[in-house]
Ligand binder design. Structure first.
Ligand SMILES: NC(=O)c1ccc[n+]([C@@H]2O[C@H](COP(=O)([O-])OP(=O)(O)OC[C@H]3O[C@@H](n4cnc5c(N)ncnc54)[C@H](O)[C@@H]3O)[C@@H](O)[C@H]2O)c1
Length: 484
């Protein structure tokens, strides 16, 4: 982790650091990613409205402990922080009792959302809290540091996790607990498990950018270490402390690659030399990030078999994202259209992938929790609702832009990735539908609203970040510095 803190990139916060350039004040309940505070290695001071001060101790593991100073019990490793002091929090009484294991008394299910400060995790934590689950967020806040390192910012201003949790509490009366720490630190994770006692763990807490993992050797190593060891620790924590706990793990459709046959949901039945077996579907990951997900899946499958763990791997399709170093497609095209930059199609543009709306991400997670895997079962769901090629997406954004008076052009740029640019793609995705998923498909009105959003915040866009800056083939050993 040390490299992340000492990396030689210049720290450049983009336009959000200029208060006068903000189109509107941040909505504390809006999603991630970056908060406007200066992150110094030893001390993070909460914004003035925060009720307590937090000292950040960094040892061999990043963000190893965050110790709440003040009247509450002081812990050395874990750390539990809430948006308001615990003494002011009454336990949340929920009216909903709908999601219980069959046969269980009407006890609220306790769900730990790892990576709950992130894009998907935050939306999921709010959704589950609203539905009556007892929710705790576990997060190292490392994602905010990646953005600081790379000089990036989110399209919309993002408040601190503490402010957002306080806002949620004031809007709904519901408390979401917060544990800040690194799940690669087993001591921290063990304490969070023993303190919160989850019935289900939803695991979003990984380095989730393929381009980031392809910047240089140290980012590749970091990605695999963070993701694989973090997930392994979660598996050990379940075995050790909560053996009935259901793991709902976010994988990715990118694990499968683009085979020239239909993609099944996790398993394929093969007849070979007269014998038949149902085997894990072959994986052909195309970045060190995607490979980390494949390694995770193998570790989870093995521990289900060996220890009887119950797990669901949600192979999620693409969600809209924020910048070229973090990954760029649907929202990226809208941003390019809004700032008058031609849409950048990598190579031939026939790359086809599965997509889904964030409202469907949270629905899928809830369905998986409400219908848990059996002990020892490793269940795989392909979590997307429709598929598009890059050229199809560019054409949809061009049409939607024209309706708003934008003259949107498209250019083909050399493909920085190693991937097929024209290929067969037909991935099954029926299991979540069978459980009751009601998809929100991409509509003209959703595209209009994404574009209007991008137009509203276009002054925050750093156009120097639009062209791809990471090459799959040119990845090197030396740490790559990022110019300001
Ligand atoms: N967004 C997508 O399009 C997409 C597609 C497929 C799969 N996924 C998967 O979904 C998950 C969430 O994606 P996202 O877009 O919300 O990412 P994100 O980067 O916004 O959120 C991930 C969160 O995990 C936290 N985290 C990372 N490593 C951690 C660690 N070791 N300990 C504690 N916290 C840690 C980060 O600080 C961050 O808040 C990821 O696992 C990702 O691979 C996302």
């Amino acid at each position: 982790m040390a490299h992340l803190l000492s990396t030689s990139c210049s720290l450049k916060l983009s336009s959000s650091c200029r208060p006068s350039s903000q189109p509107s004040p941040p909505n504390p309940c809006a999603g991630p990613v970056i908060e406007r505070l200066s992150l110094r290695p030893q001390l993070v001071k909460c914004p003035t409205r925060c009720p307590a001060f937090f000292t950040l101790q960094i040892s061999e593991s990043s963000f190893k402990g965050l110790v709440l100073q003040g009247g509450r019990k002081k812990r050395t490793c874990v750390v539990r922080a809430t948006a308001t002091p615990l003494s002011q929090e009454a336990p949340t009484q929920s009216s909903s009792t709908s999601h219980q294991n069959s046969g269980e008394p009407s006890k609220q299910k306790r769900v730990m959302v790892i990576g709950g400060d992130g894009y998907c995790g935050w939306a999921t934590a709010l959704h589950l809290s609203k539905k009556g689950y007892d929710v705790a967020i576990v997060d190292s806040l490392i994602r905010r540091l990646f953005d600081h390192q790379l000089g990036l910012d989110s399209l919309t201003p993002i408040s601190s996790i503490h402010d957002r949790l306080r806002c949620w509490k004031s809007l709904t009366g519901k408390t979401i607990e917060l544990y800040i720490g690194d799940i690669c630190d087993f001591e921290f994770l063990a304490e969070t498990f023993n303190s919160f006692e989850p019935d289900a763990v939803v695991h979003f807490g990984e380095q989730r950018s393929a381009p980031y993992s392809m910047i240089d050797r140290s980012r590749a190593v970091f990605t695999q270490h963070n993701n694989v060891i973090g997930t392994l620790n979660v598996l050990f924590a379940i075995k050790e402390f909560r053996d009935q706990c259901h793991l709902v793990k976010l994988g990715t459709m990118g694990e499968y690659g683009t085979p020239n046959i239909d993609i099944e949901e996790g398993y394929i039945t093969i007849t070979h030399n007269g014998r038949t077996d149902t085997l894990p579907y072959p994986k052909q990951a195309s970045s060190f990030y995607h490979l980390s997900k494949v390694h995770d899946s193998n570790n989870i499958a093995f521990t289900c078999k060996a220890w009887g763990i119950r797990a669901t791997d949600l192979n999620q399709g693409v969600r809209c994202t924020k910048s070229s170093a973090i990954g760029l497609i649907m929202m990226g095209f809208c941003v390019q259209a809004a700032v008058g930059h031609p849409l950048t199609v990598y190579g031939k543009g026939g790359q086809t992938r599965g997509y889904l709306d964030i409202r469907d991400t949270v629905q899928c997670v809830e369905l998986a929790i409400a219908n848990p895997a059996q002990p020892g079962e490793f269940r795989v769901f392909n979590q997307f609702t429709e598929q598009f090629s890059v050229n199809e997406l560019a054409s949809l954004v061009t049409k939607a832009g024209a309706k708003l008076g934008l003259d949107v052009k498209t250019i083909s740029v050399p493909n920085p990735r190693v991937e097929a640019e024209e290929h067969y793609y037909n991935a099954k995705h029926t299991k979540l539908i069978e459980l009751g998923l009601q998809p929100h498909l991409l509509s003209d009105s959703l595209l209009d609203s994404l574009l209007n959003f991008a137009i509203k915040f276009k002054d925050r866009v750093d156009t120097k970040q639009i062209m791809p800056s990471v090459s799959w083939k040119k990845i090197g050993v030396k740490p790559k510095t990022v110019a300001a």
